[in-house]
Design a protein around this ligand. Structure first.
Ligand code: ADP
Ligand code: GLC
Length: 491
């Protein structure tokens, strides 16, 4: 039997992206399709999503969703289109009053969440549940696979519909990409969701007197996954469970960690469409040209032997760049350089700018979001730093491995699962792929930075480590198989 699965998410590369969720939503469905599943995606109709799809056409009007506080007057419809690159079928909710806002899909220009986010994302979950009740006469999913809090109400609406209809509908999988974003809203908004009264409770979507879309996903889904084995363990602890560890421990037998993969059609130094110069593990010369171009682009001294550390990141507390800033003197002292590219928290942005002004020759910071520059940094750096406080999976270090830019990471979550430290024993056993520090403190990261310089001083070993990093296979194959097995178990 061909399994039909509907993925529900808020972003998808290349249509709309603020972080790794988009990369996963863009790559996992095609990987599942390649392995025989029939997979479609549901997204809110943000401007760039509508603009980026081909063959958009209406599927069904949405009538009157039972949600309070929806703006009246504008018609809402379900449409479908395709991604030109691979033919992926994408359903979109056209509801301009809710979604037709340029820029960040979650935050306004002042970096504050939109006041109507509960409605905006409740509608996403509600429409997913409608699709599982034949909203599209031509396609009915067996599995609804919801991603992160934005889609967290999909399993809840499905359970409510099953109760009302007295029969089973699609099975649900909920994937946590980041437990730190919980979709918490004031309790009084519960009345606007159109869910049965008893869904607001400890056994339901209530969370410390408020309501949480993430908890709804965790509580009502048939299976929970997260994006690395280590993070699956971490979130069941008091320290890293964000108040949901009790529920996660309770559901431990329904919870698994499945590592994210890399889309090597997008992230491959031999064929990267966004790079001017290409290279492979056996012909690394092109990487030197990428480094020169990067130093030039960032106004850094054109020194080919200066160890260049790169960062491409959302600038949030999670990413631990404050710790990296404390270690800048260690980089500068050894004659190294640092190029940082990212956007986010204004305080972090300013902190980074100040450090760059103090060390203009060796530290450069650029603020913004740009796919081409992200690729240029991953390709041109010697080391890619991902010193996150916590990291559910992390894709940047996986891209760095593929580009022979050795990742320097904190030993947490998916970072711990994917990078092997250049310790003497790992080097001796041909296992090293990067630099890993255990404790999130200045001494820890400084020691990892010193290991990077020490290895760089031994060029033969450095190159061997680069080649080993580039040979690692983090393609979607194995992970897509695991999701498929999960779907089959549910079926
Ligand atoms: P997270 O999802 O927590 O941000 P990941 O490492 O999983 O972390 O994914 C980050 C993704 O976002 C990667 O594809 C990375 O290249 C991209 N990215 C982060 N910051 C930027 C930026 N400023 N410009 C372009 N791409 C970025
Ligand atoms: C989240 C996490 C990141 C993960 C990504 C995709 O944004 O912060 O670690 O790689 O989702 O799953």
């Amino acid at each position: 039997m061909t399994i039909r699965a509907l993925h529900v998410a808020s972003e998808l590369y290349p249509l709309l992206k603020t972080g790794g969720l988009a990369d996963v939503a863009g790559a996992l469905p095609p990987a599942l399709i390649e392995r025989g599943a029939d997979v479609r995606v549901l997204l809110p109709g943000f401007p760039s999503v509508l603009a980026g799809l081909s063959d958009l056409r209406p599927v069904a009007p949405l009538g009157h969703p039972p949600l309070g506080g929806l703006p009246g007057g504008t018609a809402m419809t379900l449409e479908r289109g395709t991604l030109a690159a691979n033919g992926l079928v994408v359903y979109v909710i056209r509801a301009d009053a809710l979604y037709n806002r340029p820029g960040n899909p979650y935050l306004n220009d002042e970096h504050v969440p939109y006041g109507d986010n509960a409605q905006r994302f409740a509608l996403l979950g509600w429409v997913a549940a409608q699709l599982a009740q034949q909203l599209d006469p031509a396609w009915l999913p067996h599995v609804v696979h919801a991603h992160d809090w934005h889609a967290g109400l999909a399993p809840a609406y499905l359970k409510a519909a099953e109760r009302q209809l007295g029969r089973a509908l699609a099975k649900t999988v909920f994937t946590v990409h980041n437990l730190a974003y919980q979709g918490v809203f004031p309790a009084h908004q519960f009345g606007q969701l159109g869910l049965p009264d008893d869904f607001f409770g400890v056994n339901g979507i209530e969370f410390y007197g408020q309501l949480s879309f993430l908890k709804a996903g965790l509580y009502y889904s048939d299976r929970i996954t997260t994006v690395s084995p280590t993070y699956a363990r971490e979130i069941q602890t008091l320290a890293q469970g964000g108040g949901l560890d009790g529920l996660l421990r309770h559901r431990t037998h329904d919870l698994s960690g499945i590592l994210n993969g890399v889309d090597y059609t997008v992230w491959n130094p031999a064929s990267d469409a966004l790079l001017d110069t290409h290279y492979t593990a056996t012909r690394l010369a092109g990487k030197i040209a990428c480094k020169e171009a990067l130093q030039k682009r960032f106004g850094l001294a054109q020194k080919s032997d200066a160890l260049l550390f790169g960062v491409v990141s959302r600038l949030t507390e999670q990413k631990g760049l404050d710790l990296l800033l404390e270690a800048v003197p260690e980089i500068v002292r050894h004659g190294g350089q640092l190029a940082v590219f990212g956007t986010g928290d204004p305080a972090l942005e300013n902190g980074l700018k100040r450090v760059a002004q103090t060390h203009p020759e060796s530290v450069a910071v650029e603020l913004g979001f740009d796919e081409t520059l992200a690729h240029a940094i991953v390709a041109g750096s010697d080391v890619i730093a991902v010193p996150s406080r916590f990291e559910p999976c992390g894709l940047t270090q996986l891209y760095a491995l593929a580009y022979g830019s050795l990742p320097l990471v904190h030993c947490v979550g998916g970072l711990a699962d994917t990078v092997a430290d250049a310790s003497l024993e790992n080097l001796a056993d041909d296992l090293a792929t990067g630099f890993v520090f255990e404790r999130f403190e200045p001494k820890g990261i400084a020691a990892a930075i010193r290991r990077a310089f020490a290895l760089y001083g031994r060029r033969t070993e450095w190159k061997a480590t680069q080649r080993r990093a580039m040979r690692q296979d983090f393609g979607w194959g194995a992970s897509a198989e695991r999701y498929l097995a999960l779907y089959r178990e549910l079926g």
